[in-house]
Design a protein around this ligand. Structure first.
Ligand SMILES: Nc1ncnc2c1ncn2[C@@H]1O[C@H](COP(=O)(O)OP(=O)(O)O)[C@@H](O)[C@H]1O
Ligand SMILES: [Mg+2]
Length: 378
C-alpha cells in the first residue's frame, strides 16, 4: 500500500482530521448525553449518521471515561438476533482478560450460549437456542442491566433502528421501552435511514417510544464548510485544486456526503499536477462507467413504468410536484394516480427519497451517481 494517505474516506470513520464539520450536531449529542436525554438520529442513507456516531464517541471519550457501544441491527430479523448481536457487541467491548469481561462472560455462561468466531473478522459471535420467546426478552433485560451496573456511564448507539419495526415480534418496541425505562446509567442513540418507519416509531402517539427522545435530522454538510475541507486537504497534500473545481464537485454530488467523498477520493488518487475542470469531469465519467452495470441491474428489477418514472425524476433533479400536469405531460406519464402510486413504490424500494426542506419538499433519486448516469444516458 502507498504511504501517502487518501484523506477522503468512503468507508466507516478514520479520525477527526478527516471528518468534516457536524459541529452543531456534536454539540447537541454532547448536551443530550450530559443531560440524560436519548437522541434519535434520522437521515437518508450515506449522509453520515454512522460516521457521526463514531466521531461523537471519540469526542465523548476525550473528556470522560465512558463505555460506548455501537451496534448496527440492519442485518437482524428478529428479537433473537437482536439479543445475540448485543451480547456479541458487549463481549467484543470487554475482552475476557479484563475483569468486566470476565464477569460478563461468567454471567453469559449461565445462559448456555453457543460461541462461534466470525471467519473473516475473528470476532466472537453469540447464539442462544431458547425454546421460549420470553427467554430472549429476559436475556436482553439482563444484558442491559449488566451495562447499567457499570461504574462508567454507558452509551449505546443502535444503528438502523427502524429494523425493529419489521421484526415478527410486534411487541419489540414495547419490550425495549419497558427495559430502557428502568435503566439509570445507559443512554441511547437510535439512528435510522428509513424516515417513514423512524418517524412512526418515535412520533406516533400509539407507539411505545412516542416522545421519548430528542429527534435530530442530519442534512448535507454546509456548502462553504465542505468546500474549505476539500480545498484544505488537497492543498495540504500539495495537490492543486481550484474553487471552480470544488464548486463543480459539490454541485454534481449534491454535497451528499458519501458521493462527495467518493468523487474527491478518486480525484485525489488521480490528480496530476495541474488538474482542471475537464479533468474532474473525466473522473466523473469514469465513475459512472464503472457503476453502469449496477444501474442496469436495477432496470431488470423494476417495472417498465417504474424505470420510466425514475428517468423522469432524474432529469428533473428536484421534483416538487410529481402529480402536476406539466411534469406528467413532459414525460408522457399517463394518470396522476399511477404516478403517485409508483413514486410510493420507488420510495419503498429506497430508489427515491423525499428531501424535506423548510419551504417545500422535493423528490430526488437516492443514488446521486445513478441520477447523473440517467441524465447522461437517456
Ligand atoms: N462529516 C464527514 N466528513 C467526511 N466524511 C464523512 C462525514 N460523514 C460521513 N462521511 C463518510 O461518508 C460515508 C457515508 O457515511 P455513513 O456514516 O456511512 O452514512 P450513513 O450512516 O448515514 O448511511 C462514509 O464513508 C463516511 O466515512
Ligand atoms: Mg449508517
Amino acid at each position: 500500500m502507498k504511504k501517502s494517505f487518501n484523506p477522503f474516506n468512503t468507508i466507516g470513520y478514520v479520525s477527526e482530521k478527516y471528518f468534516c464539520d457536524r459541529q452543531s450536531e456534536l454539540k447537541i449529542l454532547l448536551q443530550n448525553a450530559n443531560n440524560r436525554i436519548n437522541t434519535t438520529l434520522i437521515s437518508g442513507r450515506k449522509y453520515g449518521k454512522s460516521a457521526l456516531i463514531y466521531r461523537f464517541f471519540e469526542e465523548l471519550n476525550k473528556e470522560n471515561e465512558c463505555i460506548c457501544i455501537y451496534f448496527d441491527i440492519y442485518s437482524t430479523q428478529n428479537l433473537k438476533e437482536f439479543t445475540e448481536l448485543l451480547a456479541a457487541k458487549v463481549m467484543q467491548k470487554f475482552p475476557q482478560k479484563e475483569s468486566i469481561g470476565k464477569r460478563f462472560w461468567n454471567y453469559l455462561k449461565t445462559l448456555r450460549p453457543v460461541m462461534t468466531y466470525d471467519g473473516l473478522s475473528g470476532q466472537p459471535e453469540v447464539h442462544f437456542e431458547f425454546t421460549q420467546p420470553k427467554e430472549y426478552e429476559r436475556t436482553l433485560t439482563s444484558i442491559l442491566q449488566f451495562l447499567d451496573e457499570q461504574k462508567s456511564p454507558v452509551l449505546l448507539a443502535i444503528d438502523e433502528f427502524q429494523q425493529v419495526a419489521l421484526y415478527p415480534e410486534k411487541n419489540t418496541e414495547a419490550i425495549l421501552r419497558t427495559i430502557i425505562q428502568t435503566l439509570h446509567n445507559v443512554q441511547f442513540i437510535f439512528s435510522g435511514s428509513h424516515r417513514h418507519l423512524m418517524v412512526e416509531i418515535f412520533s406516533s402517539a400509539k407507539r411505545p417510544f412516542y416522545s421519548s427522545t430528542q429527534s435530530m435530522t442530519l442534512v448535507e454538510i454546509p456548502y462553504s464548510i465542505y468546500k474549505e475541507f476539500i480545498m484544505g486537504h488537497f492543498t495540504e497534500n500539495k495537490k492543486e485544486i481550484s474553487t471552480e473545481m470544488v464548486d463543480f464537485i459539490l454541485d454534481w454530488t449534491y454535497n451528499h456526503t458519501y458521493y462527495t467523498q467518493f468523487l474527491c477520493n478518486k480525484l485525489f488518487a488521480c490528480a496530476n499536477r495541474k488538474p482542471d475542470l475537464s479533468y474532474v469531469k473525466t473522473i466523473c465519467s469514469t465513475i459512472l462507467e464503472a457503476e453502469q452495470g449496477n444501474f442496469l441491474q436495477y432496470r431488470n428489477l423494476l417495472t417498465t413504468f417504474q424505470w420510466k418514472l425514475l428517468i423522469a425524476i432524474a432529469k428533473e433533479e428536484k421534483l416538487y410536484q410529481p402529480q402536476s400536469k406539466e411534469f406528467i405531460q413532459k414525460y408522457k406519464l399517463g394518470a396522476a394516480s399511477t404516478v403517485k402510486k409508483t413514486i410510493a413504490s420507488l420510495i419503498e424500494k429506497e430508489m427515491v427519497f423525499v428531501h424535506i426542506e423548510k419551504e417545500e419538499s422535493y423528490y430526488r433519486i437516492y443514488d446521486v451517481f445513478m441520477m447523473r448516469w440517467m441524465q447522461k444516458t437517456y
